[in-house]
Design a protein around this ligand. Sequence first.
Ligand code: ZN
Length: 328
Amino acid sequence: MLGHQKVLKTLRAAIKNNNVSHAYIFEGANGIGKRETALAFSSVLMCEAEDGPCGKCKACLLFQQGSHPDFQEIYAEDDKSISVENIRNLLKGLVIRPLYSEYKIFLINNADKMTVQAQNALLKSLEEPPPYVVFILAVQSSAAMTPTIRSRCRRIFFNKLTYEEIMGILKEKYGNSKPEWDFIVPYSDGVIGTAIGLLDSPHYLEIRDEVLDKVVQLLNSQDLDLFSLYGLFEKNDDKIDFILRVMLLFFRDMLVYRQTGDFRILINSDKKDMIIKNTGIKVSGIMKCISAVWSAKKSLEVNANFQLAIEVMLMKIQQNSSKQSVVS
Ligand SMILES: [Zn+2]
């Protein structure tokens, strides 16, 4: 199971009705499952059986081992663009008939990273493809594709997965759910790659713990040395997007809990004790903390000075953390 069952159903129907397009654009956020869906689609196209993949035929075995000669894929390496040479290399075997399957499949991951020349090199093959060829262009947004390429492809949109779909995939992959999943699933915002990325690198969750501890310290101490806090941000400056999002979601939860008293709707539900303990902070103060994090995020996006942006944010949070008495 990998989510996107509706997309797969459409693709399967196309195979059944002999209506497979020569070129597809798979469009959706990074990590949403476009490549996995392209592989699943390819495995059906390749299989010798009627309602594949059977997992047993020669085509299936070769495909599972990643060595099917009729399937080729490329990526944009290290975020570089895909050049005209990359495309020419990929297309070298285009005119050779498929060896083990009815189809020959070319998957271009990060196809929106193709240069215009690369797109033009591809265009000729898209316009007059050999009958057995299927191109799959996986993109975040097809806006980067030339209109002529777009007009030659059938576009398939990948929506975000639901909470239940993400949960289901994680259970299948990792077994029983753990408390931190209550954070990871909503944090992933429908993008399965984000959830898997967090689970596969526990370091992120450690950073989250550390950041939230520091934020709580900051909220509870008017004379905490901000410079000592800054070290944590400096050490993890390559993960600053993650850190700021963690902070935003934490303040969001404080606001939600403050207004509703319902901890079941918290994103950081594994940290509910922490949130409940800090519930005395005024709503207006929490709002200002949210806007402080938001401004830091915006400043860093336009390459403002890192240290300055973070310290200003920490200072504003400290200033707005004054508590009002809570009626018990
Ligand atoms: Zn098979």
